[in-house]
Each structure stands twice: as structure tokens, then as C-alpha cells.
Design a protein around this ligand. Structure first.
Ligand code: NAD
Length: 494
């Protein structure tokens, strides 16, 4: 079936109003949970096929993440769906104002290959909760996972409203020619720009979850042993193919020496003398990416690692030193198990370095100096900032996850995902009561200065409204009421 027909069918299903019902949404969300619960072993298996991902990484970073995120959505989404009643000005005191949570309609979710289950299905759950129909396009670069999604989704979710289209550039390009009501894309900045261009054509709102180079600053006040463990884990999970991996380290030469000493023993403790034999290290996704990474090591000053095996698409955990800001490895996202160290003497040099580059998806700062932590928080820009750890910020469901500028636009996880897929429809609800009409009637001609100043007062938004003003408000309303009654009596007699 061609993509135009699939989108057309989803649109008809959306217009049938099925997905407006919260009971229907909950049923679909529970079905998705059932999919995870009944297929988690198969999910771990396909991740192993595509990336040689160890079960522990598969569960912690993908499967359990999806399950927890979905449970949180199921538990809370009825609350999120409720219309909000925001504050209003005096002019509207007789009116009702609401913000209704409208679904957008038909959503396209385009996934990436590195966490191919998590980045594809987490947005789907949020889009379902918000009442949308969804077309899912998993990444063809993780084919076993893509097949799994295409085969299992139809068994658990209503085919009228949720569909999967598999494919690569050609199929995605065709999809992008269709009119969607929202597009959620996870992937590279290069393709993100193509998606954004397609969104421009139809003025389609979108979320772009992109990547880039996330810096990691570390100073001498840090517990270097713990910090090194946290940085290496964040870098070498999924063989460095993680959008929020610390891309490179910024530190002084003295701190670098301590990091290298710690790293040598940590890596042996984790992966043994020859990491290639460790079952805990992923492989590079394909030959193209392997070659790209191999070239980054060639000619570099390798302090640790640097072993490669083309046949297995294996690269050992590698640390590079004497790296200069102009070096090729410092230009694009590394997306592999290679960790360059760039030397900066002072924290302000690091801030200058960070601010001279594109805003990162995440900024990692390792320091126990509380004042310096504040300086980094308030003088740099990034999608998120994580102090004294790596990766785990992504697991905090109350935090929005997303980039800024070239690292992305929009955010999701928890309620932020629901909000992304929800149009906030404003509604002013008036009736024809006399007091309301009296209050607002100054807007009518003939205009006058006194009407201008009366309306200006009435239109003032109650800023920082506090209950202590309630008696005054009550007295004002009573006063206006008496004035109106008095005027009516006077009108009746004279
Ligand atoms: P990619 O941009 O190559 O592909 C992403 C998706 O776009 C795939 O589904 C692919 O089929 C499709 N696509 C590829 N080329 C296309 C084209 N020319 N036209 C239309 N569609 C096209 O990204 P990737 O290699 O799958 O993933 C790696 C990138 O994704 C990294 O930059 C990483 O940082 C980023 N990423 C970001 C997040 C995040 O949450 N911010 C998560 C995972 C990955």
C-alpha cells in the first residue's frame, strides 16, 4: 500500500473520533504495555542481533525505560487530558476560560537505529495518550528491530489508528511528501534539516531530537576515580553510539593524567585484558560507520585502546590525547567508542570553548565547587546539563528531554511528551448575563477617555493574585451589583 493511502486511512480513522475517547486511549496504552511484557525477551534478542547489545544495556536503557515511561503515562494521562482553567482578568470575571487538550491528528514518528526500540516507541506512547493516530517509521539501519516493530505493533494496537511503514531514505522521503499534523523525528542534524524543510511545506509542527557533541568538563576538585567510571560508562555503553554520550573531555593536563591512570584499571576490571572478548561491548552498527570511526583513530595519539577488527566491526574503548580543537574528530559528533581529551587549564577556558561551539544536547560538568556549578549552569546553553554524572538525567521522567538549536527542538519524556503531541486549544465561554454585559459594554462606541481607562483597569491580568485580595474583589462585585440595582430603581422612578 502506498504511503498516501496509509495516511489517508489514518486520517479517516482520526476523523471518526475514536481516539478522542480516553477509555480507548487507555486500552491502546495497556495493549502496548502488554506488548512489552509479553515480548521483552524478543526485544532484547533483536537488539543483540542489530547491535550485539548486552541484555543489561537492552533492559536498562531501552526495555525497562519504555515500560516505566508507559506506566507513568497510563497512571497520569487522564489528569493531563483534563482541561485547565487558567487565571483571567476582571473583565472576564463572569466568563469561563478553558484550555482544552486537543490531539493534533495524524502523527509521523521517525526513529533512529542506536536505541531503536526506545527512541521509536517512547514517542508513540505519548502520541497515543494525547489522542492521535500514529504512523511509525523505524530505522532500516537496525533491521531486526524494525521488523520486530512492524510485526508486533499490528498484533497489539488498533490497525485503524496505528500503523508501521518500514524502509529507508526512499520510503521516508515519500512519507515526508504527505501531509501530517505533527512530525516527531529522531536522528542526525543532516536529516533533521530535510525533515524540517518538509514540515515547512505544510507548516507542520515538529519535534527534532538530534545529536551533536556533548562536552564533559572535569576539574581537580572532583573524585576522579568515581568521575572516570561515570564518564567511561556513559561513553562506552552502546559502543559510544549514544546521542547523549559525553563526546569529549575538557580538562587540565594534570587531571588528564589522573583520568588515564584510573581509566586503565577500570577498563581492565570491566572488560578484561582484551575487551574484544567481553560480551558487554556492543559492535559498530555497520561498515560505513566503522570506517568513519577507524579514520578518526588513524594518526591520532592513542593513550588507551585503539584496537580494531573490521570483520567484527569492533573498536576497543579508546582514549585520545593531544587533541586540538581544529582536529577532524572535534568537528562532528563522534558516535563511537572514542573519547578525545582536549586540554584547558581553567574552568573559564572551558566555558569559552563550550560557548564558541554549537549548543550541545547535554553538558556534563564534574566539579564539587558549588559556585562553579552555578557559573556553568548560568553562562552556557545546552538541551540539558548534568552535574557529576552522565546519561542518568535521561531517566528522570520529570525532566524534559530534548536539544536546543542544532541539537534539536522540542522535548519529550513523561508529561513533556504528552504536551508535545497536544494542541492547547483556548476557549472563552461567555453567556448573556446582565452584569457581564455591563462590565464589557465600555468597549462599544462612542469611545471616550473614561472608557479607555476603565477598560485598561478591567483588562489587567490578576498578576500574582493572592487570596488576601478576595474580600476586596467581593466588595467590588457587591458594589457594582448595588450600583446596578440602584440605577434600575432610579430608571424605574425617573
Ligand atoms: P539518521 O538521521 O541517519 O536517520 C534517522 C531516520 O531518518 C531513519 O529512520 C532514516 O531512515 C531516516 N532518513 C535517513 N536519511 C534520510 C533522508 N535523506 N531523507 C529522509 N529520511 C531519512 O540518524 P541515525 O543514523 O539513525 O541516528 C544517529 C543520529 O541520531 C545521531 O546524530 C544521534 O545523536 C541522533 N540521535 C538523537 C537522539 C535524541 O534523542 N536526541 C536519539 C538517538 C539518536
Amino acid at each position: 500500500m502506498d504511503s498516501a493511502t496509509v495516511v489517508q486511512q489514518l486520517r479517516s480513522a482520526y476523523h471518526s473520533g475514536k481516539t478522542r475517547s480516553v477509555e480507548y486511549r487507555e486500552k491502546q496504552l495497556r495493549n502496548l504495555l502488554q506488548l512489552y511484557e509479553e515480548n521483552h525477551e524478543e526485544m532484547a534478542r533483536v537488539l543483540e542481533i542489530d547491535l550485539r547489545k548486552h541484555k543489561q544495556e537492552a533492559y536498562i536503557l531501552e526495555i525497562d525505560f519504555l515500560i516505566n515511561d508507559l506506566r507513568n503515562i497510563i497512571f497520569n494521562f487522564r489528569e493531563w487530558v483534563k482541561p485547565e482553567q487558567p487565571g483571567k482578568a476582571m473583565l472576564n470575571m463572569m466568563d469561563k476560560v478553558f484550555i482544552y487538550k486537543d490531539p493534533y491528528g495524524v502523527i509521523l514518528v521517525i526513529g533512529a537505529w542506536n536505541y531503536p526500540l526506545q527512541v521509536t516507541l517512547a514517542p508513540v506512547a505519548a502520541a497515543i495518550a494525547a489522542g492521535n493516530c500514529v504512523l511509525i517509521k523505524p530505522s532500516e539501519v537496525a533491521p531486526a528491530t524494525s521488523r520486530f516493530i512492524a510485526e508486533t505493533i499490528p498484533k497489539y494496537l488498533d490497525q485503524d489508528c496505528y500503523r508501521v511503514v518500514e524502509g529507508g531514505v526512499k520510503e521516508t522521503s515519500e512519507l515526508l511528501q504527505q501531509k501530517f499534523d505533527y512530525i516527531f523525528f529522531t536522528g542526525s542534524g543532516k536529516v533533521g534539516r530535510i525533515v524540517h524543510q518538509a514540515c515547512n511545506t505544510n507548516l507542520t509542527p515538529c519535534t527534532l531530537e538530534l545529536g551533536g557533541k556533548s562536552p564533559c568538563f572535569i576539574d581537580s576538585t572532583t573524585d576522579i576515580s568515581i568521575a572516570t567510571k561515570r564518564i567511561l560508562w556513559g561513553k562506552f555503553i552502546n559502543a559510544g553510539q549514544t546521542c547523549i554520550a559525553p563526546d569529549y573531555i575538557l580538562c587540565s593536563k594534570a587531571v588528564q593524567e589522573q583520568i588515564l591512570e584510573e581509566a586503565r584499571s577500570i577498563l581492565i576490571e570491566w572488560y578484561g585484558e582484551d575487551p574484544k572478548n567481553s560480551p558487554d561491548l556492543c559492535r559498530i552498527i555497520n561498515q560505513g560507520h566503522f570506517e568513519r570511526l577507524r579514520r578518526m583513530i588513524e594518526g591520532a595519539n592513542v593513550a588507551i585502546g585503539g584496537d580494531i577488527d573490521s570483520e567484527e566491526k569492533y573498536i576497543s574503548p579508546t582514549i585520545l590525547i593531544d587533541v586540538e580543537p581544529e582536529d577532524a574528530i572535534m568537528q562532528d559528533e563522534i558516535f563511537g567508542p572514542i573519547l578525545p581529551i582536549v586540554n584547558v587549564e581553567e574552568s573559564h577556558d572551558a566555558i569559552e570553548f563550550i560557548n564558541s561551539r554549537a549548543p550541545a544536547l547535554v553538558l556534563y560538568i564534574f566539579t564539587q565547587d558549588k559556585d562553579l556549578q552555578e557559573v556553568f549552569i548560568h553562562t552556557t546553553t545546552s538541551g540539558g546539563i548534568c552535574l557529576n554524572d552522565t546519561i542518568l538525567q535521561f531517566n528522570v521522567e520529570s525532566l524534559p528531554f530534548g536539544g536546543v538549536g542544532p541539537s534539536g527542538m522540542g522535548a519529550y519524556h513523561g508529561k513533556y511528551g504528552f504536551d508535545s503531541f497536544t494542541h492547547k486549544k483556548s476557549c472563552l465561554m461567555k453567556d448573556f448575563n446582565a452584569l457581564g454585559e455591563k462590565l464589557a459594554s465600555s468597549r462599544y462606541p462612542p469611545y471616550s477617555d473614561s472608557k479607555i481607562s476603565f477598560l485598561a483597569t478591567m483588562m489587567k491580568k490578576r498578576q500574582g493574585f493572592s487570596v488576601k485580595f478576595l474580600p476586596y474583589l467581593f466588595m467590588f462585585v457587591i458594589g457594582v451589583g448595588f450600583a446596578l440595582i440602584g440605577k434600575n430603581i432610579m430608571d424605574a422612578y425617573y
